[in-house]
Design a protein around this ligand. Structure first.
Ligand code: ADP
Ligand code: ZN
Length: 361
């Protein structure tokens, strides 16, 4: 097991990464001072619960914890006010008090929902994250939790840091292959924005990562989390540094918004977006080899690097303009200068972006 300590402001918390951690959950919660007298609420989704909920419950109970579990349907629709209310009901009926903790056992959806329950139940109780996707390494740092409103995604939320994160890499073995690649997109993004050696390491270990080799995953997740922690903690001093975490996301969000539901996973959409950013980088002076290098890295992780032609350029541009970062005919973009180095450019004209989208097809 390796442990990374995330220091944000006054607070810090450990991210434990390793094999077999589900079987050590009770011990690690106790070590972190999670009260045994107060019931714990475990939130999970049907897929993840089928594989891992019984193991977690019995381990916690064997360590003297009382547990209540609430299982939601998989997918973004569970980040709703209605499901939020159901989870709060389960917390009240289960007798959770101020010293209780809410545990998220699952991917980003469960983490966002359970985290928001933890942030708001009795004005805030402790939150423990047990991520079961690779993508969720991204949301395990930074404390953003929340749910969707029918009119807008992630519109209702809070900042609520976890008390601890347990990343059991064994739980990743049941992830569908597409989810594995999509999660690796966010991992290599952390290399592309901050650490060229790490990006190259992801490329060199692509086969191990795709095969879910525990040693490779442990290193990659730790590095991904530590880059994010570094960027988020420096952001408190260097204004807007956090924006670099959005590499590939302006185009990626637009793809997600206009494509049919389920056509692209988040990681797949940002993969195409990162190639678009590289194309833009070259237009703004980066070495032309940047595009092929970026594509090679992403395709080694079995990620898409071009846009299907049926996605309409005008509709994509329109979706970007509805993004909150758009202002009067120009747009803010995270632009790579070389692998591992990016810059936030505030006034890219829409005609540039149009050309990039055409080139991506
Ligand atoms: P993320 O946003 O982190 O990708 P989601 O919560 O959207 O996570 O999960 C993606 C999908 O993968 C969901 O259908 C979820 O039920 C499923 N899933 C999550 N973790 C696992 C796992 N370890 N094994 C199998 N399926 C999983
Ligand atoms: Zn993302």
């Amino acid at each position: 097991m390796s442990t990374l300590t995330v220091q944000l402001g006054e607070r810090s918390y450990p991210i434990h990464i390793g094999r077999g951690l589900l079987h050590r959950a009770g011990e690690l919660l106790k070590e972190r001072g999670i009260a045994q007298k107060s019931p714990l609420l475990i939130v999970s989704d049907e897929n993840v619960a089928g594989f891992y909920l019984a193991t977690l419950e019995s381990n916690l109970q064997a360590s003297g914890y009382k547990t209540v579990s609430f299982v939601v349907k998989p997918g973004e629709t569970s980040k709703s006010l209605a499901v939020f209310e159901q989870v709060i009901t389960a917390a009240i009926e289960g007798g959770l008090d101020r010293n209780s903790a809410v545990i998220a056992l699952g991917g980003g959806v469960v983490g966002d929902l359970a985290g928001f329950v933890a942030a708001s139940y009795m004005r805030g109780v402790k939150f423990v994250q047990i991520p079961t996707t690779i993508l969720a390494h991204d949301s395990s740092v930074g404390g953003k939790v929340g749910i969707n409103h029918p009119l807008a995604k992630n519109m209702i939320g809070a900042f609520h840091q976890p008390e601890l994160v347990l990343y059991d890499v064994d739980t990743l073995s049941t992830l569908p292959p597409r989810e594995v690649s999509a999660g690796l997109a966010e991992m290599i993004k952390h290399g592309l924005i901050w650490d060229a050696d790490f990006a190259q390491w992801c490329r060199d270990h692509a086969t191990d990562l795709l095969a879910l080799d525990a040693t490779a995953l442990e290193y990659g997740l730790e590095k991904g989390c530590s880059v994010k922690a570094e960027v988020v903690s420096r952001d408190e001093r260097e204004n807007d540094l956090r924006a670099i975490l959005n590499l590939g996301h302006t185009i990626g969000h637009a793809i997600e918004a206009i494509a049919g539901y389920g056509e692209f996973l988040h990681g797949e959409a940002i993969s195409i977006g990162m190639v678009g950013s590289a194309l833009l980088g070259v237009k703004l002076g980066a070495d032309p080899s940047l595009v092929d290098e970026t594509k090679d890295m992403l395709s080694s992780l079995r990620l898409p690097t071009s846009l299907p032609s049926h996605l309409d350029t005008d509709r994509l541009l329109d979706a970007m303009m509805h993004d909150k970062k758009f202002k009067e005919g120009s747009i803010t973009f995270v632009v790579p200068r070389s692998i591992g180095h990016v810059e936030v450019v505030k006034d890219i004209s829409v005609s540039y972006i149009r050309r990039v989208i055409e080139q991506l097809k």
